[in-house]
Every structure is written in structure tokens, then in C-alpha cells.
Design a protein. Structure first.
Lengths: 378, 378
């Protein structure tokens, strides 16, 4: 299955460098997982993922369940064989997607009846069904099926949603076979510290091999998230990997690392790339801007990626304005390179206790709140 | 500028193997040029073009003139610097595009006033202006501005159109600076052998360093094109490179090579790729077909490209059905690999006088007429 070991702890914060060992490879943490929704990190050939030294990718159970179907994937040897990727994969539970159209779906204690966004067909996910589907997909790390609490909610609603997630976590834990795949439990509780702490305690009692936090970066103000992560940091168990789901901007990541979080996924680098919004060490660049029309300089002079080595801002702008597929390819490579380099810098900074300087560099470039989209980063 | 040398002639046909030397590299002929319309071969990172051993790419003057503008490209050091491609490039004259909306544009002996397909703005191309724009772009091979005769036309219309092309060829020849870039003259005359022969004779008198044939693959029946190429083959000058513009399918290529043609460009492999239509040595595959849903085999078991080595038909179908950008990337790589391997096989077959067997293999797979789209291959 998996094992996790902390190699080094930061002196000035709760940050740590660790290794997560899986049957398909060892992952250095803190780690950022590119999102490969439907079995491909959008606009990215596997060859480029390898060049980026991608350690772990995330795939979406909901999307793969609907298309090509988890049975098809299983018949073709599982997700690794199907997409021809032999490094570790994590699948989410499908919960985030089936709850994102809460008003359209029928939610009960049993599970969620939902409509396919592809053809309107009706489907049912329960904790048991989600685990079954994730077992068919065969990722190395799988996630408990949870009720993704929306924002805003009042305390009573947040408690009810959290209670449901806890009941479902018990059911996921019960049917999980536990041999090949590592199942992570998910802490919910919205923005309420007491609920988060209670949820954390209950999840820990269930003895999962990994610990995740859901329901962040769903529209709550940035300072609320950062404060809550800071308060939770003292209660983290330490010996488990801590996965903060769906987060976030470069500043979010470096702050969360300082609060003890080890694993992250977010669509920001890949989605922003396709929208022409590019991460640099000097801040965001919107490549469509007219000022780049004849700009022969690189996107980011301090970036070592082949896009910055080889192409000008003028060419990248031209490709974007022209709607060329190469625009998405090059922009995605650059943004993922930025995120990968950021995580590498974070791991190095923990080693030399200089996360503070890195944080200042990022907040100087991106602002105290870290910029980026405040919601919908999943 | 350029030089062309025939290294080997086929015994059974007029096919020949040659080398076209340009300041930016030597091109082995017969050669297929991938189409890089707006400064990118669609969906193809340059790294992949290099893997494909691409020798020469085509870019469209019309598209680059309108966006980003030939002045912008010139200010950024020319097309090679702008797109970061240091191997040979050929630009067309813009004629094909401005004539493709003949009814919307004002055509006179002076030139063509046309509307931008992007914003409706009015522009004027004359032979002199086309050469000026192509000089600003800075490709290694540039093309005369010609009147692309539509199909069908009667003999009188075809003559008038050909006469205009010949007048314009004289004007292009007169303003061409001739030092850095090689200008090819273009033979027109539609499907009329007498007009084609007259046009050929007039173009040869103008002493261009390369000879092109336009106005094929514009809707005329395949046998008409193949017969005409066969009749023209005996009149080709031999010592110049012979470029058959906008052609064609695999069968078109092998037949044209046997008639003495050396250079080809066509959007078929790249456009078909994006439409999920894939070339194999067994014929065309439409990857969306349901029969590939759980097909774990490669696209083409006899193909050595990384797509066929690594991915299943089921995965390629899934990517296509899901509208993933990776579908266009992988399909384009495979189709271009097929075309590049086809040209390599053609060159080898000329060396051992076995073009007949290769032709039979292709007509067995694609039919006598070669399949593909009968028109609009440019």
C-alpha cells in the first residue's frame, strides 16, 4: 500500500519534508498533483509530464465513471494501463462533482442520485459505490466519498453535512479492501473550527492511511481559510500525509505547507494556462494583453522551462489570440513547470529553514491574499 | 539561395530522389511539408516536429499577414525567429486564400482587394505586395502570387485566369530581390492540357529557381488530376524541383512522385487528425467508431510512432470522444508520422525501383482513387 515518513521538520513552522512510498513510486512531499480529469492532464503529452518530473497525478472518478466507464477502464487493465502512465495516481471520490449541482440531485443518507452532465442519464453514488468504482479504476490512492459542504452555510447545516460525511467515511472504511489501494479519510466542517476539530478526531479514530481536508477553497474568504488551516495545524497527527484538497494559488500552497500540509491538487495552473493566464516569479501575466504584441522577451526570465527558453511573449500572445492548440500546450507546460519548481523550492526552503523568505517573494509577486480565483479551483 | 540536385532516377517511372539545399538545411526529396498555417503546425510542439524529422514546413502568408502582421514578424527578426524554428520554411503567396472567397473580393489586373476573415477589414494584395510581405516574413522559399483557378471552369475562363497568373508571375519575378529567398513560379491552366503546357513553357522562360503547379486538388475528379500529371510529367524540366501544391492523399503522393513531382504540402494529415480520421498502412480509421471502445490494440500495429507504441485505440477513442486536446496532439503526431514514413518509404522505393509495389500496397489500403477528401485539401 503506502507508507509515509517525515524526513525533516522546519524550525520556524509546522512544515515538513517527507516521502510517500507507493507501489508505483516514491513521492517527495510537499507535492503538487496536476489534475488529469478524464485520464489526461489537459493539453499535456505524457512525455511533458515526465519532463516536469511529475510524481503523482489526480484523476476524477466522476468523469471516468461516466466516460469511458469504470467497467471499460477495468477491462483494459485499470487506469494506469488505460492511460499508459505507470507512476502513482490518486482518484477523488466523485463527491465534489455530484455535489456541485446540489439542487439537481437527490441526496439522502444512502447516497446521491445525480444526472450525467453528458447525457442527462441518472446514476447513483453511495460510499460503497464510490469505493467500488475507485477500485475498478485502480488508482494507488483513493478517497472517501464525502458530502462536500458548500459555502456559505450556517453552523447547523455545516454540522449536518459533516455528520453525513463522517457516517459515509465509516461506510467507505468498512467496504475498503485495503490491500492494494490506500484510502484517505476526509475532514469536513466548513469554516467552523469546532466542527473541523470534531471531524478530524472522528476521522483519526477510523485509522485511515492518509488524512485529507475537503471543503476549502469553495468560496470562503482567503483569510478565513488561512486562519483555519493555522488553527488546525496544531492538531494534525503528524505521522500521516496531510492532503489539502483543491488548493490552490502559489501563496495558498506556501502558507498551507507552513501549517503542516503535504499534498495539494488544483486546476489553477492548467485551467489558467488555457485562459492565457500565466504564473511567473514576478506575478501573473495575461498573455493576450497588447503590450506583449512585439515583446521579444521570455515569459519569465527567471524560469528554466523550455517555453521560456525558446519562445517570446509575442509568439505566445500570437498563439493565444489565434486560438491555436499550441497555445494551450505551451502555456500549460509553463504553468505546471512553475508549480513544480515552486514545490521544489518549498522542499528546499524547509531544508534550510527559509520558508519565510520564499513566502515574502510570493506575496510580493501575488499579493498577501495570493491572487488567483477565490473559488472553483477544483 | 537554393540548389537542387537529382541523386537517383527510378527506372520504371519519372520518379527521382534529390536534395534541395537551402541556407537553413538540406531537404531530401520527395518531401512532404506539414502545414503550419499561422506559424504553428496545429497541435504540434516543435519538439514533436523535430522527432518527426520534419525537413521543411509551410506557412500561410495570408494568415500571418493578417495576424500578427508581417511587420510584427519582421520586427521580431522574421518568421524563423518569431516561431523559433531554424529549419527551412516555405510561404505560399496568399493567392489561394484571397481567391477562395472570389465572390466577396474585387479582382483586377492590378491585384485583389479582399476582406479579412477576422474582422472584415479591407486589404489589397498585388504580385508586388505579396512578394514584399513574403520578404518581410523571410521564409527560405517563397511563391509567386497567382490567380488560383477554381473548378469547374470552361476553357476560356481557364485561359483568362492562367494569363493573369502569367502576367503576375512576370511582375513577381521583376520585384523579387533574389538574394536570400528562392522564388518559385506557379503553373496554372486548370484541367486543360494545352493551357498547362503553355503556362509551363512561359514559367520556364522566366527562369525561376523552382517550379510549382497550382490549381490541383480543387474539386476536379481524381482521375482527371492523375491523368494530367502523367501527361505533364514528360514536359517537366528535370533540373528544377517540382512542387505540386496542396496535394494530397497517400495514393496521390505516390502517383505524383512517379510523374516526377518532388515537393508536396497538404492539410489532410493534420486536419484529419483533429477530426479523428487516422492514416494507417491498412487504410483510414475513424477513431470515434464504437468498435474501438474496448480495443486494447495499437492504432496501427505496423507503425513505429510513440502513439502506436504507447497508447491503445480505446484510449485514443476516449480522448477524441471527450474532446480532449491530447486527442488532437496524439492524432496529429501519428498522421504526420505516417506521412513522413510514407515519404521515406517512397525515397527508399525509388532507390530500389519498387515504387510499383508500394503503390499497390497503398491502393489496396486506400482504394484506386486514394480516398481522402476530393477537394479543399489546402
Amino acid at each position: 500500500m503506502i507508507s509515509f515518513e517525515v524526513l525533516h521538520k522546519d524550525r520556524a513552522s509546522r512544515a515538513r519534508v517527507g516521502v510517500l512510498k507507493t507501489p508505483r513510486g516514491t513521492v517527495q512531499t510537499p507535492v503538487f498533483m496536476p489534475v488529469g480529469t478524464a485520464g489526461t492532464v489537459k493539453a499535456t503529452p505524457h512525455e511533458f509530464l515526465a519532463q516536469l518530473e511529475t510524481q503523482l497525478i489526480l484523476a476524477n472518478t466522476y468523469h471516468l465513471y461516466l466516460r469511458p466507464g469504470s467497467d471499460v477502464v477495468r477491462n483494459l487493465g485499470g487506469l494506469h494501463d488505460f492511460i499508459s502512465w505507470d507512476l502513482p495516481i490518486l482518484t477523488d471520490s466523485g463527491g465534489y462533482q455530484v455535489f456541485s449541482h446540489r439542487e439537481l440531485n437527490k441526496i439522502s443518507d444512502e447516497g446521491v442520485e445525480f444526472r450525467s452532465h453528458l447525457d442527462g442519464s441518472r446514476h447513483f453514488f453511495s460510499p460503497e459505490r464510490s469505493i467500488q468504482v475507485q477500485e475498478a479504476l485502480g488508482a494507488d490512492i483513493i478517497m472517501a466519498f464525502d458530502d462536500c459542504t458548500p459555502y456559505p452555510v450556517n453552523h447547523a447545516e455545516a454540522r449536518a453535512s459533516m455528520e453525513r460525511s463522517m457516517d459515509w467515511a465509516v461506510r467507505c472504511r468498512a467496504v475498503w479492501e485495503g490491500s492494494r489501494q490506500a484510502l484517505f479519510g476526509i475532514v469536513q466542517g466548513s469554516v467552523y473550527l469546532d466542527l473541523r476539530l470534531e471531524s478530524l478526531s472522528r476521522i483519526l479514530q477510523m485509522d485511515f492511511p492518509g488524512l485529507a481536508f475537503g471543503g476549502f477553497s469553495v468560496g470562503e474568504p482567503k483569510p478565513v481559510m488561512h486562519d483555519l488551516l493555522s488553527q488546525l495545524s496544531h492538531q494534525l497527527p503528524g505521522e500521516l500525509p496531510h492532503y489539502l484538497m483543491g488548493v490552490g494559488t502559489p501563496v495558498d500552497l506556501v502558507l498551507a505547507v507552513q501549517n503542516g500540509f503535504d499534498m495539494f491538487d488544483c486546476v489553477l495552473p492548467t485551467r489558467n494556462a488555457r485562459n492565457g493566464t500565466l504564473f511567473t516569479w514576478q506575478g501573473l501575466i495575461r498573455i493576450k494583453n497588447a503590450c506583449y504584441r512585439e515583446d521579444s522577451g521570455p515569459l519569465d526570465g527567471s524560469c528554466g522551462c523550455f517555453v521560456c527558453q525558446k519562445y517570446s511573449r509575442a509568439y505566445l500572445r500570437h498563439l493565444y489570440i489565434s486560438g491555436e492548440i499550441l497555445s494551450s500546450i505551451l502555456n500549460t507546460f509553463h504553468n505546471l513547470y512553475f508549480y513544480m519548481e515552486l514545490m521544489s523550492e518549498i522542499r528546499a526552503a524547509i531544508g534550510r529553514s527559509s520558508l519565510g523568505a520564499l513566502t515574502k517573494q510570493l506575496t510580493d509577486a501575488y499579493g498577501e491574499l495570493g491572487g488567483g480565483s477565490p473559488a472553483g479551483n477544483h
